[in-house]
Ligand binder design. Sequence first.
Ligand code: BYC
Ligand code: FE
Ligand code: FE
Length: 467
Amino acid sequence: MELHEKIPNNVNLSADPKLKRALEKWQPNYVDWWMDMGPEGFQRDDVYLRTAISVEPGGWAHYDYVKMPEYRWGIFLTPGEADRKIGFGDNEGKPAWQEVPGEMRTQLRRLIVTQGDTEPASVEQQRLLGKTAPSNFDLRNLFQVNVEEGRHLWAMVYLLHSYFGRDGREEAEDLLRRRSGDQDKPRILGAFNEPCDDWLNFFMFTMFTDRDGKYQLLALAESGFDPLSRTTKFMLTEEAFHMSVGETGVGRIVERTAALMREHGDNVRDHGGIDLPTIQKYLNFWVSASTDLFGGEVSTNAAQYFATGVKGRNRENGYDEHKCLDSYYTMELVKDSKIVKEEIPMRNAMNEILRDDYLADCQRGVTRWNKILEDAGLSDRLTMPHRRFHRQIGAYGDHHFNPDGGLISEEQMSKGRDSWLPSERDRAYIKSLMYAVDEPGKIANWIAAPKSGVKGKPFEFEYVRRD
Ligand code: BYC
Ligand code: FE
Ligand code: FE
């Protein structure tokens, strides 16, 4: 470990002066981007953050107060496996690549750039949320997520600089130039240009959009390109925290809403809470936007990634067969205004296969939220929208579906829209609830306090000390 270097790392950076210089040149540009686009108004405060200091299970994190611009963003890869073999596709059984094979350069660069682009995008989307955090504890969790997304950008930039020469360095600069939601130079993927400007959005985003991150990282962890596999494995350890922020965040809102419903009936808004129908609409929005992130149902890109071995399935080990040449995936597609079943060659269905795992995981989270409602003695439930609902990308993007997945007309969609997705009024209402609760141990009215704090500290602990 080179922990006390300018760029902490476990990749022996000091042995490669050229790479080290290139990264040290990128670093100030990164810090400039962080100052411009990172959490606004909190750059001078002490934040109780964890920092990666090792890749060993159980011992990798160090907790202390740091000012965010001084955070030690490092480069950490899970240790390599001796003689690792490619686990799938046409190159199954061949040694994993330690360098980028020429014929896979374009594919790999594109995947790494797309992955890398989402990381700063999310920081940009969340940059104003600190001003309305429902508690000091939540404020800290937001910043923890933000600095780790910054580290994920570092992880991809390390790969670009190390393995892609000059065009890699240019891509690394561009990662700091695009801006979430910008008309002229937007971020690459749809969901990362959507505003995430209130805390219901934030918790839904970390629940559903960070979970896309989990599944994409799992698929990239299978990559035949070993440095990508090892980088994404370590990123997954951080992703788990982001998703827990989302799941417990929405869970705490549901808990508070349930308490208000028991006391006052359905009239939750009159008592400053977030009513279940509004929670459901935000859920529908972020599930559909995040479902889009898996790409087209039928995808030649995905088939190529699988064939060459650059991107696999989630936990390839769990499958008996890793070539997928003579198998088919049954998909429901729209033909002549009807939904019909079609057999798609398995490799072309890789996006959909990953989406299946993702949606099942989301459903498990929603089921846990419903348990909170059940325990409160309420019969209301939250549900996952159908995967076809409100899609912009892929086979369903050109049609309209209701939340149950039924094909509907454009007119029916316009009619239903405000009861299925957040309306302007809903968004304005949620915004009206957002104000900063600074004092440690205090909590906003629309959310319940967490069961526990961070790293054995109580909820009342002062996680963010204002300058
Ligand atoms: N928005 O063949 P298709 C995370 C484009 S999240 C806009 O279906 P493919 C995180 C596509 O690029 C994880 N465009 O797609 C979470 C293609 O464009 P071109 C991020 C889209 O390539 C929270 C065209 O449509 N990681 O880490 O099979 C906070 C046809 O595409 C979208 C990755 O994404 C979209 N939603 O699959 C922080 C992993 N979807 O080439 C971080 C790397 C598709 O025709 N990326 N398009 O111009 C990939 O594996 C693939 O690029 C995708 C798309 C799965 C995204
Ligand atoms: Fe990330
Ligand atoms: Fe994340």
